[in-house]
Design a protein around this ligand. Structure first.
Ligand code: ATP
Ligand code: MG
Length: 282
């Protein structure tokens, strides 16, 4: 069928940003039919997005991303984790200690701030640093901490990647070595079910920083979280000698998966979307 009776690229983009699945759009026998379909769909979706925003302003008040952060923080504090909050701007030295130097694959994804600083692409370096100090005062007892905060990676933004995203990274130190896998499963389940996610798998995956580990993935193969465990060769660089397990989740990924959405952007920190709804609607 002739191309001109499909939605134009501009029309597709507009419907897509309003939340339509444009791959499911019919093909039209006249341009008039096509434009009529576009106008009606645009109007209906704009109204739905507007209603969502008005409900947020009048009733709900807290966007899902903020609500999720709160819910997960609460769930982790209830099982003995302590929340920490650390700077977004970190020194190159911290990344180098994670083996991320100029030749590392992740280094190209790092946003530079000035000569010796960058926006953190992960929470792990700061968590290592804080943990080293806390472990000195906990007399060898298990220590559980986590942080939730923005991380930055120069990604080609696909449907599941953002340049700025919200990471939840938890770590438990000092647990018995033979309980590490069990704890990873337990903590993963605690976070995912608090996020409203019950269907997922654990599969083996290779990390560019930690090597072999397990990932939590959705039923469509979407990576929800990566895990790692120690003792690990990196620990000595941070002056730490302990067993540990850690998991990093992307909060926008959790929302995208839970809401069965085709794209992550509507759940991101954004000036185009708020709480999953498109902002420029009338
Ligand atoms: P992917 O393979 O999907 O690019 P990754 O293995 O590079 O992810 P990790 O370093 O394991 O990511 O980060 C832990 C979690 O943070 C991921 O499982 C994912 O949920 C989330 N995440 C990582 N990068 C992004 C991104 N660019 N945008 C949104 N979420 C991300
Ligand atoms: Mg990963």
């Amino acid at each position: 069928m002739d191309d001109k009776f499909k939605l134009s690229e501009t029309q597709q983009n507009r419907l897509s940003e309003l939340g339509a699945d444009v791959e499911q759009t019919p093909v039209f026998s006249t341009s008039g039919e096509r434009d009529k379909y576009f106008q009606e769909t645009e109007k209906r979706l704009s109204r739905e997005n507007k209603e969502h925003l008005l409900d947020l302003l009048n009733n709900k008040h807290k966007p899902e991303l903020c609500a999720l952060e709160y819910t997960l923080s609460d769930a982790l504090c209830k099982i003995g984790f302590t929340q920490v909050t650390t700077p977004i701007i970190i020194s190159d030295k911290f990344l180098e200690r994670m083996t991320i130097d100029g030749s590392h694959p992740l280094s190209e994804q790092v946003f530079r701030v000035d000569k010796n600083k960058c926006l953190r692409p992960m929470l792990a370096p700061n968590l290592y640093s804080v943990s080293k100090d806390l472990l000195k005062i906990t007399s060898g007892k298990p220590l559980r901490i986590f942080e939730i905060g923005s991380c930055f990676r120069r990604e080609t933004e696909g449907r599941s990647h953002l340049k700025e995203f919200t990471m939840l990274n938890l770590v438990e130190w000092g647990l018995p070595e033979n309980e590490r896998s069990e704890h990873l499963k337990q903590f993963g389940k605690a976070v995912l079910s608090a996020a409203g996610i019950d269907e997922y798998d654990m599969i083996s995956e290779n990390s560019v920083v930690y090597g072999e580990g397990l990932d939590f993935v959705g039923r469509d193969g979407l990576e929800l979280a990566s895990t790692s465990m120690g003792p690990h060769p990196l620990d000595a660089r941070w002056g730490i000698n302990s067993t540990w397990v850690g998991i990093g989740f992307g909060l926008e990924r959790l929302l995208m998966y839970r809401e069965n959405s085709r794209g992550i952007h509507r759940f991101s920190k954004s000036i185009a979307f708020l709480d999953g709804a498109r902002l420029n609607v009338k």
